[in-house]
Structures are given as structure tokens and as C-alpha cells.
Design a protein around this ligand. Structure first.
Ligand code: GDP
Length: 195
């Protein structure tokens, strides 16, 4: 039976390794730089307005947030990165937290959220390589599709594909959290990954 993404509950925030949850349920991890629309993508997927907090001051929350969906899987909201005004100490905290998350990770699927209008950043590439190292299937969600004209879409997707050196088995999903474009496909892909 397919996962009911409408049935989601916040479980906990983890700011340190001891607080991570590895209880055997599949984990879908969502990563992206600050302001890329990660919270909006998650809220769109869950059909909620603000379960994941949209527009929280970027970089302030170096926490891994867990939501349990349909009692069957976790949606894991990894802390955003790449916000210029964050202190060096905060960046280091982020790196340490992510390294410990990825060291132990049993990720069922990794979602790398990028902005369809921009070439993926160095930080996006780092996150991408961490997902690859775990061996989990990765879905690159190219968000903010509504901001492009039709004629701009194919070249924008090609640039992302090239920069991230996506392979046959990698999925690049055009998405708009604003409009809902790509939601059904994401749900289909996540259901397939959880099987
Ligand atoms: P986060 O920092 O990655 O969690 O980003 P947010 O979800 O807070 O979104 C950052 C900003 O981008 C907000 O103003 C959102 O309304 C906007 N946004 C997010 N997704 C989309 C989208 O698909 N299209 C458009 N036009 N705006 C979006």
C-alpha cells in the first residue's frame, strides 16, 4: 500500500550524534542550501502549510529534523547550508553534524534540492558526493521551476545534470513547491524506494 504522506508528525530535532534516530524505519533525507525551498518542498510533499518551517532565518538552525510519515518512514530534514552570513563556528558545527549523520547513515533515498535556475554550488557537490558514498538512490529535485520560461527549462536541467555528473540511474526531477509540479512523481519515486 502506498505511503500516505498526508499523515506526518514531527518527532524530534537532533543537534548531536546521540540524538540521531536509527530505528530501522526507512529514512528519506532532504538536503539543500538555505533558501532553495527545502522546507517548501517538504511541506508540499506532506500537503501541509508549515510543518517544516519556511523562511526561518537561514543558517540559524543546525538541526536534523525528523518527521514520521504514515507510521512507516521518516522524512529527515537535514540542516540547510551555504548561507553566507553564518559564522565559521556554525559552519564547522554543520560539517561535524553532517559527517556524523552520513557516517552512520542508512538512507533509503536522498533528495538533493537545487535551484533549477542556478548551477549547483560547491556545497551542493559536497552533499551530492556524501549521498553517493552511502550508496543510496538519489533524487535531484530541481525546485522553483515556475520561475523559468519554457525555453529555459531544458538548458537549465542540462547544466545541473552536467555539473553533478548525473548517471543513468540518478533521477533529476523538475519541481515547483509553489505550484506543486513534480509532487506526484516524487511520491511515486519515494514509494518505489521504500519497497
Ligand atoms: P529553505 O531555506 O530551503 O527551507 O527555503 P524555504 O522553503 O524557506 O523557501 C525560500 C523562499 O523560496 C521562500 O520565499 C519560498 O516561498 C520560496 N520558494 C520555495 N519554493 C519555491 C518555488 O517552487 N517557486 C517559487 N517561485 N518560490 C519558491
Amino acid at each position: 500500500m502506498s505511503i500516505n504522506f498526508g499523515k506526518a508528525e514531527f518527532i524530534r530535532s537532533a543537534g548531536a550524534r546521540e540524538q540521531f534516530l536509527w530505528d530501522g524505519l526507512p529514512q528519506f533525507a532532504f538536503a539543500g542550501r538555505s533558501n532553495v525551498g527545502k522546507s517548501s518542498v517538504i511541506n508540499r510533499l506532506l500537503g501541509r502549510k508549515n510543518l517544516a518551517y519556511v523562511g526561518s532565518s537561514p543558517g540559524k538552525t543546525t538541526q536534523v529534523n525528523y518527521f514520521r510519515v504514515d507510521g512507516r518512514v521518516y522524512l529527515v530534514d537535514l540542516p540547510g547550508y551555504g548561507y553566507a552570513k553564518v559564522s565559521k563556528a556554525e559552519k564547522e558545527r554543520w560539517s561535524r553534524l553532517m559527517e556524523s549523520y552520513f557516517q552512520e547513515a542508512h538512507i533509503t533515498a536522498g533528495m538533493l534540492i537545487v535551484d533549477v535556475r542556478h548551477k549547483p554550488t560547491a556545497n551542493d557537490l559536497t552533499m551530492h558526493s556524501w549521498f553517493r558514498e552511502t550508496g543510496c538512490p538519489e533524487i535531484v529535485v530541481a525546485n522553483k521551476l515556475d520561475k523559468l520560461k519554457k525555453s529555459q527549462i531544458a538548458p537549465a536541467l542540462a547544466l545541473i545534470q552536467e555539473t553533478l555528473e548525473l548517471r543513468e540511474e540518478d533521477v533529476l526531477l523538475p519541481f515547483s513547491a509553489e505550484k506543486g509540479t513534480g509532487k506526484e512523481e516524487l511520491i511515486r519515486l519515494l514509494n518505489a524506494a521504500a519497497e
